[in-house]
Design a protein around this ligand. Sequence first.
Ligand code: HEC
Length: 479
Amino acid sequence: MAEKRSPAELKESIKAWLKLRFNFRPIEKHIIYHRVAKHPWYYGDGATLLVLLITLLVTGMFMALTYSPSPETAYESVRQITSGNLMGSFVRGLHYWSAGIVVVVLIYHMFRHIILGGYLPPREGTWLVGVVIFFLMITTSLIGYTLRWDERSVYALGIALNIFYKIPWIGEEIVYFVQGGVDLGRATLSRLYAVHVLFVPFALFAAVGYHIYLVLTYGATTPLEKEYAPATADQQIELRDREKNDPKMGQPFFPGMISKSGTVAFVVFLFVAWLAYTQGPQELYPEANLTEISFPQEEWWFHWYSALAAYLPPAISDTFHWVFPIVVFLVLVLLPFVDRGDNRGAQRRPIAVITTLSLVVALLALTGLRLKSSWTAWPQTELPPLPKGEQVNGNVERGRHLFTKFGCFNCHSVGGQGYSFAPNLSGLDRRYSQDELKNFVSQPPEGVAMPAYKSRLTAEELDDIVAFVLVIQTFPKEY
Ligand code: HEC
């Protein structure tokens, strides 16, 4: 008969049993108690990304219980998730805000490593896997937006396909491939959904797992590295081993590191949850019907790109949109091979600091521009055309310029030319008087998807624009 054991002994023996049967020892040795160099709190972005990614996976899994990926049902199912499901608005909100904040933190993570020289030997591999993760995240972020299948998201999909179409030689094939056929519809949504919930998450799972494995092996940039600028991978490894095993400079991963990074991650998560709770998810626009077009509007974390697009010279804009991601990818991939300096840490890498800070300023400034002028995205830069032989002068001609400058031509076509999110303003069925036009432009009637211009135009500018519209409404509808 076995001896009677005290509760403490029993606990120990259960622990020992579990440890052996589930083989926890390597996990303890290589993860939980492995020694690392001490890190400042702003290294907590990695843990934050992991927490946000898990949030995205879990909320996504719950939404997949309701979401129905077909053009007839997708929109309704998102509506059901948002207002019909228990805590659905919060779950969708968490997914939405995590998706946005994860892009912000990813950019921070990347910039931080550019500043510190995080991709220097032996961490080139860690960096390259990170670049793959970055592109997977951006791709799936864009796809997630289309799954709502409201008019805005389908319109944006149209824009994306249009961009693919402009790629030389293979553009048309890419469009067919993404659409899953000759037009945008059922097959398109099925594939976007499959990519969003199966292909990308599995690829991410593998890539993030590998990235973390490499981080556990090679660690993060340490204080000694910054001081001694190791030139080779071997020197770095030697330095790091010395540092992490030093009683003062090193510590075990648990609890020291986990508590620091974990706190940062937790605070960011609370912030995301607060946003989800107070702001809710992105509102749904009217359902897409594949015939009408809507005004293109990207999510806030891509505002900067939209502003960039708005300010590009029209001559290069078609090419820019597909060349830009390729260039960014190549720059990121080549960075560890081009930047061969030994110096690590912000203090010794002034070029990296200046470049990164300039990029941050540019991103913020572009985002600001986009927010200030919510209709400048994807603008027309040309002047609205006049019928052959017609000429306009003075204030009407000035109005014609302002018509482009203030974005009227982004939405309205004139003479059947230009974008047509809003009515063609020549050959109007119902002619407006000067006063009616003034009122309309200053404060469009409720329910009209046109921005109010009352605080944006001076009295003279309003006069000029209205003078122009007054004239073009008498021109033929098409010319
Ligand atoms: C964001 C897109 C957008 C912009 C920018 C915009 N509009 Fe509009 N506009 C609309 C929409 C949408 C309507 C209403 C369509 C409807 O419901 O009949 C409209 C209606 C009008 C109408 C009445 C047309 C009719 O058929 O009754 C006039 C006139 C007009 N806009 C002038 C302007 C002028 C001038 C500017 C620039 C100062 C401008 N719009 C900028 C979207 C826009």
